[in-house]
Design a protein. Sequence first.
Length: 288
Amino acid sequence: MIWDSLIAPFVEFAFMRRALVGALAVAVASAPVGVFLMLRRMSLTGDALAHGILPGIAAAYLLAGLSLYAMTLGGLIAGLLIAGLAGLVSRVTVQREDASLASFHLVALAVGVLLVSMSGSQVDLIHVLFGSVLALDDGAVLLVAGVATVTLVTLALIYRLLVMECVDPSFLRAVAGPSGAWVHHIFLALVVLCLVAGFHAMGTLMAVGLMILPATLARFWARTLDRIILIAVCAASVSIVAGLLLSYHANLPSGPAIILAAGVLYLLSVVLGSHSGLKTRFTPRSHL
């Protein structure tokens, strides 16, 4: 029974194995990035940038069809452009970066949807917005794995600077000088890179789910940064396995099923979490 329900789908079907490996690669890269987004109170920035990559992906789709590398390059260019424009507006005007980013992401979302709609196929629009992790081929898996490798290596190199920026940005600027400002830009580039990789598996709307939900639920179980990152990666991996199995057995869309599984874990963490969960807040503690 356990074999047929939990293991056999991944053993018997190659598309399930590719989906599992590709989605896990996305999770390993996205979850740590999501933790830093959460700690820097930029969780909605990930959602905004996820919509920001849509025009580039849509334009690449119109020019080259469902080309893996063209859509990746288009999404990367669009995401970096949106992040750069938002940062530029916040520096030369009185508007804050979050407001300018929200404005640009709404325009980008509208432009992206219009470009995809020009193809005349509703199926194409659904594929771009919600993805199809079960349709990953070997090339897409290798691309996602490469992005995960680049992201993790870069995070390891700037880890201390990122932590410092989360704790005391002014101290980082005082100590690191001009190079301290580049940490923010490098981090935003990593966010865009993870979202573009996640797009191939989860679509533009679902990709941010594997970045934010595991990070937010991990905060209910740990206080130290290393444990939060570890729990976030484990939670994302569990969500992927559970979502793929749910999609397989219940014939549901795979991307939303994965995010739904992560959402269930988040709700359980809100209630049962050992750090600031509802259970610990409303359960009387022993005096000693």
